[in-house]
Design a binder for this molecule. Structure first.
Ligand code: HEM
Length: 547
């Protein structure tokens, strides 16, 4: 063969390779186009406005339930976005090929800026190392020791609400109370720090910063999308100076909030470090008496081998991470439970009787409280039907094939048993779609029925399990990045309900409650109010006197 031909041959080979690449990309994109889903609302923004709108709950339900376990919506300029609730596909994305399907760059950049290099902001080896150290800290063994802290907080909440309703039933914003309760529970149980005396209507600096974080971020929603491009621009002092003099007040507010959270976390950390160095007696004098998550974590880190130890900066970052991840999620779920119990007074009374019969108000050991069947059913059913986080995004870092448990019929009638997904495709993990599928949970799957947990679950659920860490549900996600605090959260909810239902009754008011779409769903009175709240009529429960 003549060597003169080599450049020509290389050129042809290169052109064929590019052609094959483009063909593969085109064919995979056209596979995505063939997936059923609602038509785009706009040529420019596809279905994005409908999906992210505050009142987008009906649209999200439509996509979750009316097109099958895999559906498609449209992003910018009609770019396909996959909505996935198929069990095998979820297993592949979140467990089997977790390294391929990553959180978006924008997510990592944002969480890093807000909380530092904690669990939410790290990936790969760094994240694995943090989880290795943290998983045992969240074990049931430690949760058992934490229960007295939870009860202590709830008894204060009980006394505070009693003061407000002692003259007769009152309308009370139970979301606000659940927010204060969840913050104090993660404060004492997570950080060994008290935010709120739970008597007066006051709050502290850290609590205030945390409360304003979500609304402030909501107001700079569009600018936030630039973060991945600018967050490593220049040295840290330069970025801080730009933020300090930024012409938009909301951006300066966001910086103030982050600064406050970081300063407070560092102060709490420093005082814990001193106490740990002084020994057990000093630790016992701290809030949480050394049984809180941060104290256990710091101790575990100091005893870990050098290879497993994580730097101080990463320990401090976990504090804001826990506070952020633990408060809105738990408080909104608790508000939803109370609202459901007000809508279903018979279930409210049955649950109260179960709790009173077990004497769970003052204190109950972890395993006994965990075993109360209706209490467990009410928590699981609320987390199933009303997951606070309805969906989360993942993006494959390479072209890949997504296998399915059941075939999807394309819009052109083609039957697909797997889907070719191009690199960079946005995938929405269908938490709501998976938790509520009729094919899995039966014809009444959309209804809130805690009793369904009192008998064995249908075979359609147990024989085709989803990878979720909790109860055949996707509410706390799955795999390496699943919620680390789900047991903590479940125990919080059970102690809150044990104490509140032993003392109070909850009824609906005549105000219309709307649940809004956001990172975590939240209630308002009507669809126009900007104030997150759940007013309920709260009265004292008169316990029957013993004969
Ligand atoms: C009802 C309450 C809760 C819900 C619905 C919930 C839900 C979730 C979900 C869906 C994720 C996955 C996020 C993602 O993949 O991007 C997550 C992660 C996380 N959650 Fe929760 N959560 C709750 C309560 C808590 C509590 C009480 C804590 C702490 C005590 C906590 C700490 C975390 C942390 C640290 C992560 C990040 C885990 C990692 O990336 O390794 N969560 N949570």
């Amino acid at each position: 063969m003549s060597t003169d031909n080599i450049p020509t041959q290389l050129g042809i080979a290169g052109a064929v390779a590019v052609l094959l690449f483009l063909l593969r990309r085109w064919s995979s994109r056209s596979t995505l186009r063939n997936i059923p889903g609602p038509p785009p609302q706009s040529q420019w923004t596809g279905n994005l406005k409908q999906w992210f709108a505050r009142d987008g709950a009906d649209f999200q339900r439509d996509v979750s339930f009316n097109y099958g376990p895999v559906a498609k919506i449209h992003g910018f300029l009609g770019r396909p976005i996959l909505y996935v609730a198929d069990p095998k596909a979820l297993q592949t994305i979140l467990v089997k090929e977790e390294q391929v399907y990553q959180e978006t760059k924008a997510f990592f950049a944002m969480t890093y800026l807000l909380f530092g290099p904690g669990l939410l902001a790290t990936a790969g080896e760094k994240h694995r190392k943090q989880r290795k150290l943290l998983n045992p800290v969240f074990s049931i063994k430690h949760m058992r020791h934490m229960l007295p802290i939870f009860y202590g907080v709830l008894h204060k909440v009980r006394d505070a609400i009693t003061m407000r309703v002692s003259d007769g039933p009152q309308e009370i914003d139970m979301l606000k109370w659940m927010g204060r309760t969840a913050l104090e529970l993660i404060g004492q149980g997570g950080l060994g720090y008290s935010f709120d005396k739970l008597v007066e209507d006051g709050d502290n600096e850290y609590g205030r910063a945390l409360k304003h974080l979500q609304p402030t971020l909501q107001r700079i929603n569009v600018l936030r999308r630039l973060i991945p491009y600018v967050y490593k621009l220049g040295p840290a002092w330069f970025r801080r100076m730009v933020m300090h003099y930024f012409p938009l007040g909301q951006v300066r507010d966001a910086k103030e909030i982050v600064d406050t959270m970081q300063r407070c976390s560092s102060e709490i950390f420093a005082s814990k470090k001193i106490a740990l160095a002084r020994g057990d007696e000093a630790v016992m004098k701290q809030v949480g008496e050394g049984k809180d998550i941060m104290s256990i974590l710091m101790k575990a880190n100091s005893m870990a081998s050098e290879a497993d130890r994580i730097p101080e900066e990463e320990l401090v970052a976990q504090m804001s991470t826990f506070l952020f991840a633990a408060t809105d999620t738990t408080s909104n779920t608790l508000a939803r439970i109370l609202q459901q119990l007000a809508i279903h007074p018979d279930t409210q009374q049955k649950l109260r009787e179960e709790i009173l019969a077990a004497n769970a108000e003052e204190y109950m050991a972890y395993d006994d409280l965990d075993a109360l069947p209706l209490l467990d059913g009410v928590c699981r059913e609320t987390l199933r039907v009303f997951p606070g986080v309805t969906n989360l995004a993942r993006t494959p870092t390479q072209d890949t094939i997504l296998p399915l448990s059941e075939p999807v019929v394309g819009t052109d009638g083609t039957v697909m048993r797997e889907i070719l997904v191009p690199r960079g495709t946005e995938i929405l993990i269908g938490i709501q779609g998976s938790n509520g599928r009729k094919e899995r949970w039966g014809e009444d799957s959309y209804e809130w029925k805690p009793e369904r947990w009192l008998s064995p679950l249908p075979k359609t659920v147990t024989e085709n399990p989803v990878p979720g860490v909790y109860s055949n549900l996707m509410t706390f996600m799955a795999g390496r990045r699943a919620c680390i605090g789900f047991k903590f959260s479940e125990m919080e909810m059970k102690v809150v309900l044990a104490v509140l239902l032993s003392n109070f009754t909850f009824e609906l008011t005549d105000k219309p409650i709307q649940w809004n779409i956001s990172g975590v769903r939240y209630p308002t009175v009507g669809k126009d109010s900007n104030v997150a709240q759940l007013p309920l009529k709260v009265g004292l429960y008169k316990k029957p006197t013993l004969q």
